[in-house]
Design a protein around this ligand. Structure first.
Ligand code: SF4
Length: 344
């Protein structure tokens, strides 16, 4: 049986981060510029707990670099979260930080206050990408942080971006493979967007940076999702969440912004699986029509956004789609013959 998992998000914004990565304007993205107070955090948790119904409830400190915040403030925040964990109203605590803000002292503090998962904003495992993105640390810092986090028994999350300056398919795939090799427990994948008032905006405006296209981003992310599925690593986020602030023409100047990137990636996965099998079908039996059975929850993925997938099947005379609860998610049945997984 599937356990429902709910998150209580606490945004700590740019707190703790003296860095200014070329793509980041944390204040702009979260809309939070002031440090949350202890009381504010406790109230927020209470508010969520009043409405949440889930088997697993997790407090998550997002944004900025948690372990770079002054230790007393970290402790104050962690104490609040830990109180809820101790009394059983919350089950897990997660936070995100930079790889170079991890050491034994920091991890001992996080252990003391019951933190379960540490997400590292890795973004790329390529040295040149880290350098030109002004991440302020190298890959050695990432490997060291990962080893320590594992040694201390925390769950490890890794955040990767596609489309940073000097990034390309090959470097992104290398980053994906590295995160698998390092046995990350969960992954977040983000496209790089050009946000107002960042250095990346200047690079873009002066034509020193060209954002990835939406098409390439979808293809790269689809490949990554497949690899993580094969490695049994959960992708817990794909794309940025749409907020009032992250919207094309408002804070996003350029880049592969789409409010439903995850949906487009799954459309792509369905299309890739469909295409390779229908070509085989055509070669084998010269079929001109396809009958596709799919779970009702994923009909939209077979069709594709604005029926794009169907339009791409133009060499076929007829495509019939049948909805069936019997078909597992992420699979479909082709011409009553074979069940096809989109992850293979
Ligand atoms: S380390 Fe994180 S919070 Fe700090 S500038 Fe870079 S992306 Fe933004």
């Amino acid at each position: 049986m599937r356990h429902k998992h709910a998150i209580i998000p606490i945004f700590v914004s740019h707190m703790g981060c003296p860095n200014d990565c070329v793509f980041c304007n944390q204040r702009q993205i979260t809309g939070v510029e002031v440090a949350p107070t202890d009381l504010g955090i406790a109230n927020q948790i209470e508010c969520y707990l009043e409405t949440i119904k889930a088997d697993v409830i997790e407090i998550a400190f997002f944004g900025g670099s948690f372990t770079g915040i002054e230790p007393q403030i970290q402790e104050a925040y962690l104490k609040i979260a830990y109180r809820y964990k101790e009394n059983g109203r919350v089950h897990r605590i997660r936070l995100s930080t930079r790889p170079d803000y991890i050491n034994a002292e920091i991890l001992s503090r996080l252990k003391k206050y019951g933190v379960t998962t540490i997400e590292l904003g890795v973004q790329s495992f390529d040295e040149s990408v880290l350098l030109v993105s002004k991440r302020g640390h190298n890959t050695e810092a990432i490997y060291k942080a990962v080893t320590l986090i594992k040694d201390y028994g925390f769950e490890l999350g890794i955040q990767l971006m596609y489309g940073l300056p000097r990034d390309d398919f090959e470097k992104f795939f290398f980053s994906v493979e590295e995160s698998i090799r390092l046995k990350a427990d969960c992954i977040r994948l983000y496209p790089v967007l050009v946000i107002k008032n960042t250095e990346l905006e200047q690079l873009y405006l002066t034509q020193h940076y060209k954002p990835a296209t939406l098409e390439d981003t979808i293809i790269a992310m689809a490949m990554a999702v497949k690899r993580y599925e094969a490695a049994q690593i959960k992708v817990i986020r794909l794309g940025l969440q749409r907020t009032d602030l992250i919207d094309e023409g408002r804070e996003v100047v350029a880049g592969p912004f789409h409010p439903a990137l995850k949906e487009l990636v799954y459309d792509q996965l369905f299309f890739e699986a469909l295409k390779s099998h229908w070509i085989k079908e055509q070669e084998a039996v010269d079929v001109q029509a396809l009958e596709i059975q799919v779970n009702p929850k994923q009909v939209t993925h077979i069709l594709g956004h604005a029926k794009r997938n169907l339009k791409r099947c133009e060499s076929l005379k007829k495509v019939v789609i049948i909805q069936s609860d019997q078909i597992e998610l992420n699979t479909f049945k082709l011409n009553e013959r074979q069940i096809i997984s989109i992850m293979k």
